[in-house]
Design a protein around this ligand. Structure first.
Ligand SMILES: [Zn+2]
Length: 348
């Protein structure tokens, strides 16, 4: 039985660090990471090079050595000029969150309009930037709402067309949650994906009732947790020994919301996974007899490879020791709060 695990510091390919007080209060939960890709869906979204510099200054003002990658968001008024300017400011990636699919996405584009943004994709391609996307279709063409559990699957034809039209652009599918999406990623050379700890733990029954209504807002995130078979597919992709395993990397999608915002009539989507996510991954690998080279590859190495960063030699150590995760931190409910977790980090 492996009781001590030492690996290179993890790379979180998808996190929401927020801004203001939340950023200040919660940044310490990323102390053990080599790099963090911080999403820009802030109240004032990061959509240009100057926005990116402004956000990076806010983060580095708190922690000067913090290693962050900041994508700009693809929004309705993004132009090739916006992308060129961001690239000049060392922006490496562009993130799409389509309209109506997540927090602060009122400026998000519609998947039905993707063609309009082809000049933007051409610019990303030219500059060898990465295109990171939240792939969900929220509405039918006539405006009817699509059930939460079907949204990722419904977006795949749009993704397929784009991947075919831009065979050299590197796509990162954020938080893949379904077997069909994972199969899609495996099949396409230029497509990669992040996988979250919560989609490897939760299924739809932990969140929605039989009518598709949210009964447990504390487990509500987008994309919503899927079926048991989908959950298995997420775990299989994490622990795989096949060559396509290189396509999948860790993204916590840690998205802190206050308890009040979670218990609201319209609960905010997102789970605060930063305090328990990496430990959860170690547990999952342990339960699936995969505590070998695969853990370090998934948690630490692949993110570096996908984003073209040199591996830093600093390490993190986990020990097999049970602890109870706090339910709330700074008024924010914690993913798996109150549960017993069987591994902890010792070199904070
Ligand atoms: Zn996210």
């Amino acid at each position: 039985m492996t009781n001590i695990i030492k690996i290179l510091k993890p790379f979180d390919s998808h996190a929401h660090l927020r801004i203001g007080q939340k950023l200040e209060d919660l940044l310490c939960y990323y102390n053990n990471f080599a790099w963090v890709v911080a999403m820009g869906n802030l109240p004032e979204p990061v959509i240009t090079g100057p926005d990116m510099i402004h956000y990076s200054t806010a983060i580095r003002g708190l922690r000067p050595q913090f290693k962050i990658i900041l994508p700009i968001m693809l929004v309705r008024n993004t132009t090739p000029g916006t992308i060129q300017e961001a690239w000049m400011a060392h922006c490496q990636s562009v993130k799409m969150i389509p309209e109506d699919t997540s927090t602060e996405t009122s400026q998000g584009i519609s998947l039905y309009d993707l063609k309009k943004y082809y000049p933007d994709f051409e610019k990303m391609d030219e500059k060898k930037m990465l295109f990171s996307g939240h792939w969900e279709l929220a509405k039918t063409k006539t405006g009817l709402s699509i059930p939460l559990v079907e949204r990722e699957e419904e977006s795949i034809p749009f993704l397929e067309k784009l991947v075919k039209d831009f065979p050299n652009l590197i796509f990162i599918i954020e938080h893949a949650t379904t077997r069909s999406m994972i199969e899609f990623v495996k099949k396409h050379d230029n497509v990669f994906a992040t996988l979250t700890p919560h989609h490897a733990i939760l299924t739809t029954e932990d969140v929605l009732d039989k009518n598709g209504k949210i009964y447990n807002p504390l487990n509500f995130c987008l994309p919503v947790a899927k079926s048991e078979d989908d959950r298995r597919a997420v775990i299989e992709a994490m622990i795989s020994e096949e060559t396509w395993r290189d396509k999948f990397s860790y993204g916590s999608d840690s998205a802190p919301h206050s308890l009040g915002d979670k218990l609201n009539e319209n609960p905010r989507p997102g789970l605060f996974t930063a305090p328990t996510g990496k430990e959860t991954i170690v547990e999952i690998f342990d339960k699936n007899n995969a505590l070998d080279y695969r853990l370090e590859e998934f948690l630490s190495i692949r993110g570096h490879n996908i984003y073209g960063k040199n591996l830093l030699q600093k390490t993190i150590t986990f020990i097999r020791e049970s602890w109870i995760a706090p339910k709330i931190i700074k008024s924010i409910p914690v993913f798996r709060g109150g549960e017993e977790i069987s591994f902890k980090v010792i070199n904070k």
